[in-house]
Design a protein around this ligand. Sequence first.
Ligand code: PFF
Length: 477
Amino acid sequence: MTRESWQTRIGFILAAVGSAVGLGNLWRFPWMTSENGGAAFLLVYLGIVLAVGVPGLLAEFVIGRRSRRNPVGALSDLSDSKGWTAFGHVFVVTAVVLLSFYSVVGGWILRYVAASATGAYFADPGAYFAGIDYGIEAVAFHLAFLGATAAIVLRGVRRGIESATKLMMPAILVLLVGLAAWGLSLDGAGAGVDFFLTPDFGYLRANFLDILPAAAGQALFTLSLGAGTMVTYASYLGEDRSLVADGTAIATLNTVVGVLAGVVVFPILFALGAGAGAGGPGALFVSLAGAFAALPYGQVVGVAFFGVVALAALSSSISMLEIPVSFLVDEYGVSRPTATASFVGVFAVTGSVCALYPNVFSFVAGTLVDLLLTGGLVGFLLFAGWVMGRGALDEYRRGAGGLARSLATPWLYAVGVVIPVFLVFTFVSGVAAALGVTVEPLSVLGVTLDQTRVFAVVSVALAVVAFLGLRRPDSVL
Ligand code: PFF
C-alpha cells in the first residue's frame, strides 16, 4: 500500500497550524499569561518561540520528511539502534497522555457551546462549571469529542485531516478577528489591552526564573512540539519545499492566533471588572462565561467564542490521534480504520479516568505533559544534531532558499547543543521552583551569584562542553 501524502503545500501548512492552534492558544495561553504577569510573560514567550520553537519545529520536520515514517519508525530507520527505537515508543505514550486530558477539556467546550446558546450558565457561572467539570456527564462529553476526532482521522490524511483543517482554520481566524473587534469596543477594554501588551519590566526582573519555565512549557505545548505530531505531519510531505519557510509560516500563524486570543480574552475580562482571572484552569471558563452572561449579545458571543475553541481543539486533537494511528499503520501494516478504532478504545478509557478524577486530570495535564514534551523534544533535537548530523543538514537544505541555507550550520549547533541545555535547565529549575527549592546566593571572587546567574553560568558551561563534544573528529561540524 502506498503511503499517503498531502495534496497541497497549503494543506500541509494549515494542518500543522491546526495542530498548533488549539486549547493551548485559547485556554492555556491566557491562563498562563494571567498567572505570570501579563505582558512580561508574553515577551519571554515570544522570545522562546523564536529561539527554541522554530528550530525545534524544523528538527521534527527534518526527521519526519527524511524518514517518511511515524516517530517510532523514523527514529528506528534513521539510526538502526535499539535504544532509539525503544525511545520512539515514548511518543505513543505521550499521545495517549495528551489526548486523554485534552479530550476532557474538549468535552467541556462542546458543552459550553450548547450552554451559551441556552444561557445555562448565565445565572451562576461558577456553580455551573463546578457542576459539570468532572463526573459521568464529563465522560459523555469527552466521548463525544473523541468521536468527532476519530471521524476525521478515519478518513485519512487528505480526505480527513487536510480537508477538515482547510475549512476550520479560516473559520477560526475570521471569528477571532470579529470577537477581538467586539471585545475592544467594550467600555474599559483598555486596561485589559494594557495588561496584555505593556510589559512591567520590574515584574519581569523579579520573577524571571518563574516566568521562564512557564513560557518554555507554553511554547512547546502551543507549537505541538515534543510529541511527534510534527514528525508525523512532515512524514506526509511529498515534494521538496522549504521546511524553513513552512515552519516559519506555521509558527507565525500560531503566534498571531495566540495574541489574538489575548486581545479577545483580556479586554472582555477587564471590561467586566473580573481582572486577569488568575487561579487555575477553570478560572477562564468561570470568568469568561461570567463576562458573556453580563455583556451585551453575550449569548451570541458565547456561542461564537466557544465554537472557535471547539474547532481549534478538534484540529489539534486529530493530530494527537494521528501519531499512534500512523504508528500502527506503518509498523504493523494495520488498516487505518482498525488502527483508529483500537486507539479510540484506549482513549475512551484513559480519558474517562481523567474525566472522573480531578487529581489524575491535574497531574496528567500539568507535570506529566510538561515532562513528556520537554523530554520528547530534547530527544528529537539530540537525534537531529548527533545521530543524523550531516543527513539533518542535507534535509534542512533541501528546497531551502539562500538565507535559510546560510543558517543551516548554526541551526544544527542550536538543536544539537544550546537548545537541549536550555530546555533541561528550564525544566529542572521549574521543578525546583514548584518544590520550593532555592539556590542560596554564592559569592565568587567578589561577585554575588544569585539563582539566575548560577543558572546562566551552569548553562553556558554545559553548552561549551557539549559544543566541544560535537567537534569530535568523526562529527559533522
Ligand atoms: N498545540 C496544541 C494546542 O496548543 O492546543 C496542543 C498539542 C497538540 C500539543 C498536539 C502537542 C501535540 F502533539
